[in-house]
Design a protein around this ligand. Structure first.
Ligand code: GLV
Length: 322
């Protein structure tokens, strides 16, 4: 019997592809860039499974292009805002993601951004590269302290908790958080306090965003919210760009309403070439590398392969999106 065909939207770590091969013929998109829309629509045609990336929009058009035999979409990411879940569920298509295995890597990037922006590392690096470093400067490149400050975690899921633990353990930071549900064990462990978003913004020295992107989380941090932040506060976003109103952030940074921002995510990705954010020395932007460690990416490849195989076989996915 011939094997089912699966479309894999980009080269992922080989460990994932090797897991899939015994179960399916892999139609691999090999380019460095994501498939264009036309390539995606052509690539999924006749497939029973799709292994997608966060840059691939998986919606009705893709489901139609694939055909009725499509059984599973396995996202190589913990976030799944790129997939039309309602439509997948209506069609009986299983959807999976790769939770947990990228928690530490992403929390490390959030803390890296926080340190780098607070200590003005982008400016320091630029000064060295441009030969502007003339002497040891008593007043030069002076940044923020971390010890004993207050961090506000917006969205206390797995990654938010990992960030809170790092900042509380490393710098004895007081932890405030927002969450639909109280996290009582974490409150006990870290002395964390659940507060309203406004109180968090008014009180925190560092604000780190860890919400999933959904209709009700878009622009959760807008002009009003930014205006509540302390003038010396730093905003970190490693979740999804859309959660912060980027224009409002540009204005707040330009007018020095906050100390700085560290973004691993933005809108669009990559950031537009003429975005003013690129020019702001107190805004550090990374190319969405939260999960970019060897361990995390290999584990993501394994989990996404396991989801794909389970879906092809009509079994419950080990890591389903609910
Ligand atoms: C990365 O942003 C992910 O959702 O895995």
């Amino acid at each position: 019997m011939s094997k089912p065909i699966v479309f894999v939207a980009r080269q992922i770590p080989e460990v994932g592809i090797e897991l899939i091969r015994p179960y399916a013929d892999v139609r691999l998109h090999t380019g460095h860039l994501p498939p264009t829309r036309d390539e995606l629509l052509a690539g999924v045609s006749g497939c029973q499974g799709i292994l997608s990336l966060l840059s691939d929009r998986i919606d009705t058009e893709v489901f139609e292009a694939a055909g009725d035999q499509l059984k599973v979409v396995s996202n190589f990411a913990v976030g799944f805002n790129n997939i039309d879940l309602a439509e997948a569920s209506r069609r009986g298509i299983a959807v999976g993601n790769t939770p947990e295995v990228l928690t530490d890597a992403t929390a490390d990037i959030a803390v890296s951004l926080l340190l780098a922006v607070s200590r003005r590392l982008p400016e320091c690096i630029r000064a060295v590269q441009r030969r502007e470093w003339k002497t040891w400067e008593p007043l030069g490149w002076v940044g923020l302290d971390l010890q004993g400050k207050t961090v506000g975690i917006v969205g206390m899921g797995r990654i938010g908790q990992a960030v809170a633990r790092r900042l509380h353990g490393g710098w004895q930071m007081k932890v405030l958080y927002t969450s639909r549900q109280p996290k009582l064990a974490l409150e006990e462990e870290l002395g964390a306090a659940r507060v309203s978003l406004d109180d968090l913004l008014r009180t925190s020295d560092f604000v780190s965003v860890h919400l999933p992107l959904a209709a009700d989380t878009e622009h959760v941090i807008g002009a009003r919210e930014l205006s509540l932040m302390k003038p010396q506060a730093v905003l970190i976003n490693t979740a999804r760009g859309e959660i912060v109103d980027q224009q409002a952030l540009e204005a707040a940074l330009r007018d020095r309403k906050i100390f700085g921002a560290g973004l691993d995510v933005c809108v669009p990705e990559p950031l537009a070439g003429d975005s003013p954010l690129r020019e702001l020395e107190h805004c550090l932007i990374l190319p969405h590398v939260g999960s970019a460690t060897i361990t995390a990416r290999n584990a993501m490849a394994e989990r996404s392969a396991q989801n794909l195989i389970a879906g092809l076989q009509g079994n419950a996915l080990p890591f389903p999106v609910h």
